[in-house]
Design a protein around this ligand. Structure first.
Ligand SMILES: Nc1nc(=O)c2c([nH]1)NC[C@@H]1CN(c3ccc(C(=O)N[C@@H](CCC(=O)O)C(=O)O)cc3)C=[N+]21
Length: 290
């Protein structure tokens, strides 16, 4: 078989960032600095790294960020109050609450507090519902990134059998909806799935989103399948056994350098989208008063 295509997430991310940067500069000239608020609770070291990467990317591409770091012992009520404060803050266009939060906190309740207009990370049930219906503004960022990678490389989706492994609220579930909206036939597998290898072996497109290092085996893969590794595990290890799957795949994303960088590109893009919408809203008000 011909060599598998390596799907380069950095390349896709770069293209998105370029457009975001131009739009951010335009907004700045109009007196608006697109701003992402990141909220980190506790001291999970990889969460620290991710949040730092997100803030750095903001700086690099002409956005600004507000970094909120709350202690491990923060209560649900305190976190909710902080998010409400960010909802009210007109300088903040997007809010990212870094997952996971400490286990004593009701993470769902905290996510649901984020205003739909500021939910650039696509974590609210309202945002998810709109995305599922096919008209949402801000799909969660890794799912959006996965679709962008498929589109960048012109990988056909319609009529294809996509098998998603994982059903988390900000990854497996929304990416299955995005694939469905593009007319894929979608199978969603999870921890209670019986005979997972059988399902995966039927897939034209495999999306791995389980959080188990090197979980997806080479002998599960149908020859020529497209493999998207959206897993993030300690030590930057994906959910796919890359070496074993590579010879079977038609196309495959590496980790690092796959959906990760595109995730961040979408977070910034969505924040600029949100900032542009506030500008448009202001212009409407001006017109109404004229
Ligand atoms: N509310 C919320 N939204 C998220 O989107 C979210 C989250 N919580 N919690 C954690 C996961 C993880 N995540 C990643 C983002 C970028 C890379 C990324 O860019 N990784 C680089 C390598 C990173 C490095 O060099 O250390 C890569 O894959 O090439 C990875 C993982 C977003 N997440």
């Amino acid at each position: 078989m011909s060599n598998p295509l390596i799907l380069d997430g950095l390349r896709v991310a770069k293209e998105i960032h370029q457009k975001t940067q131009e739009r951010a500069q335009k907004l700045r000239k109009q007196g608006i600095v697109p701003c992402l608020a990141t909220v980190l609770v506790g001291d999970n070291p990889s969460s620290h790294t991710y949040v730092r990467m997100k803030a750095k990317a903001c700086e690099k591409y002409g956005l600004t960020s507000v970094r909120i770091h709350l202690p491990e012992e923060t209560t649900t009520e305190e976190l909710v109050a902080k998010i409400e404060e960010l909802n009210r803050d007109p300088r903040v266009h997007g809010i990212l609450l870094q997952h996971p939060v400490p286990s004593h906190i009701d993470e769902r309740k905290a996510f649901e507090t984020i205003d739909l207009e500021k939910d650039v990370d696509g974590v609210t049930s309202h945002g998810y519902g709109e995305v599922s219906m096919g008209f949402g503004q801000y799909p969660s960022c890794t799912p959006a990134g996965i679709m962008a990678i498929l589109d960048y490389y012109k990988i056909p989706i319609e009529g294809k059998h996509a098998v998603v492994i994982g059903r988390s609220p900000i990854l497996g579930k929304p990416v299955s909806q995005l694939l469905l909206n593009r007319n894929a036939t979608v199978t969603v597998c999870h921890s209670r799935t019986v005979n997972l290898p059988h399902h995966v072996s039927q897939a034209d497109i495999v999306v791995a989103a389980v959080g188990k290092p090197r979980f997806v085996q080479g002998d599960w893969i149908k020859p020529g399948a497209v493999i998207i590794d959206a897993g993030y595990n300690k030590g930057n290890i994906g959910d796919v056994d890359f070496e074993a799957c590579l010879p079977k795949a038609g196309a495959i994303t590496p980790v690092p350098g796959g959906p990760g960088p595109v995730t961040i590109a979408f977070l910034l893009k969505h924040t600029v989208d949100a900032a542009e919408r506030t500008l448009n809203a202001k212009q409407h008000v001006k017109q109404d008063l004229a």
